[in-house]
Write a protein that binds this ligand. Structure first.
Ligand SMILES: Cc1ncc(COP(=O)(O)O)c(C=O)c1O
Length: 399
């Protein structure tokens, strides 16, 4: 008996695949600072926790497949607060942004189609594409330019007859890059000219720093019918385990297709939607303090990197991730070595090797991705450990 070729081809998550080494480090008595996974440590808003504590039902029913009206209406008001006009009927509630992504791939593409992803990208995109039989067309972005988009002509040249869509993720996991209005306009214009879908993953919409403004293709009327917004409450409400997201589209055919997929899996989480149905009432001060905290953490990581000879990272504009080049030839080997061999004050650090965020072989080998999801003191210690580990690492790169 053989499992499917899909099952064989799917990549293990680069974020999780080194977990056994970290588990072993913990078993051997070392503390591990986990900077490998976007699992925030910040409390969920009190108004949401209060809903969780006061759920009035005597049992937990299925939700309508497309979502509980109370939640969907609250999301619609939340979108309005963020400058996005989304009617409740233009949205389908999903099991996290993850399911919205899967539905988008299934609804928009046929097997054999190709979708453009800007490298480095959130690795689950490749798995979602694989499950839909879609090929990934990776377009590399350069760390030296902050992983901003290459010239639009280069993107146009990369598009072929099988290319049916472009996926944007901004602010980005894994790079933290937020695209400018000009970048988003150029992509929308290209999508129109080449008749492409645009999937826009905005799980980190609010997480944007230094006065930058989040730019969404959803606000560009010229592409209204070709944009599918993939969204998530996981990070903005610090409730990743509630498993609630949305798929938004102005295109009725897209929504119809997605709703059929939603019906096949019956229901998104009832309790998560119940709790998050106050998303539009979460005080602005909550989000402001979370964003201020992440900005502080970003700067701590950048300060730490600035003190490491041979390390490089441009200051990213958003999300809570950043990619950095390290003075090593193979970052995965280095991360494994840190987990297996290295300790400072009996602690070590886990980060995600960069190559897992690329589809182009050989790219990202000397990069790592930080998820700066630990509080300031733990981050400072982590950066100190990383510096010490690089000094102690026996495998030196040629200068
Ligand atoms: C860019 C991006 N999109 C989508 C998701 C999926 O999030 P969830 O399924 O928890 O909503 C994540 C999770 O880390 C992400 O980083």
């Amino acid at each position: 008996m053989n499992v499917s070729s899909r099952g064989v081809k799917a990549q293990a998550s680069p974020i999780r695949r080194l977990a056994p080494y970290a588990d072993q480090a913990v078993r051997s008595g070392r503390k591990v600072y986990y900077l490998n996974i976007g699992q925030p440590d910040i409390p969920t808003p009190e108004i949401v926790m209060e809903r969780i504590r006061t759920y009035p039902g005597k049992y937990v029913p299925y939700s309508p497949s497309g979502g509980i009206p109370e939640f969907v209406e609250a999301m619609s008001r939340y979108y309005a607060q963020h400058g996005l006009e989304v009617a409740p009927k233009e949205m389908i509630t999903t099991v996290g942004g993850s399911e919205a992504l899967q539905f988008a791939f299934w609804a928009l593409f046929n097997p054999g189609d190709e979708v453009i992803l800007f490298e480095p990208f959130y690795t689950n995109y490749a798995t979602m594409a694989l499950l839909a039989g879609v090929d990934v067309k990776p377009i590399p972005c350069d760390g030296r330019t902050g992983y901003h988009l290459p010239p639009i002509e280069a993107i146009e040249r990369a598009a072929g007859p099988r290319t049916k869509g472009i996926l944007l993720c901004a602010p980005s996991n894994p790079t933290g890059t937020a695209y400018t209005a000009a970048e988003v306009d150029a992509i929308c214009d290209l999508a129109k000219r080449l008749d492409l879908w645009i999937i826009t993953d905005e799980a980190y919409r609010e997480f944007i720093y230094d006065g930058m403004k989040h730019e969404s293709p959803m606000t560009r009327p010229a592409v209204a019918e070709r944009v599918v917004l993939v969204d998530s409450i996981s990070k903005r409400l610090n409730m990743c385990g509630a498993r609630v997201g949305t798929l938004v589209s102005k295109n009725a055919a897209v929504r119809e297709a997605a709703l059929k997929f939603a019906q096949a899996r019956l229901s998104p989480p009832t309790l998560g939607q119940w709790a998050a149905a106050v998303i539009d009432k979460v005080p602005a001060s909550y989000t402001q303090s979370v964003v201020a905290e992440y900005r502080k953490r970003r700067d701590l990581v950048l300060d730490g990197l600035a003190g490491i000879p041979g390390a490089f990272a441009r200051k990213p504009e958003g999300a809570f991730y950043l990619m950095a080049e390290l003075p090593v030839a193979d970052a995965e080997e280095f991360v494994i070595w840190m987990l297996k061999e290295y300790k400072k004050d009996n602690a070590t650090v886990m980060v995600a090797p960069g190559d897992g965020f690329y589809a182009t072989p050989g790219r990202g080998k000397n990069e790592i991705r930080f998820a700066y999801v630990l509080e300031a003191d733990a981050l400072r210690k982590s950066m100190d450990i990383l510096k010490g580990a690089l000094e102690a690492y026996p495998v030196k790169v040629a200068p």
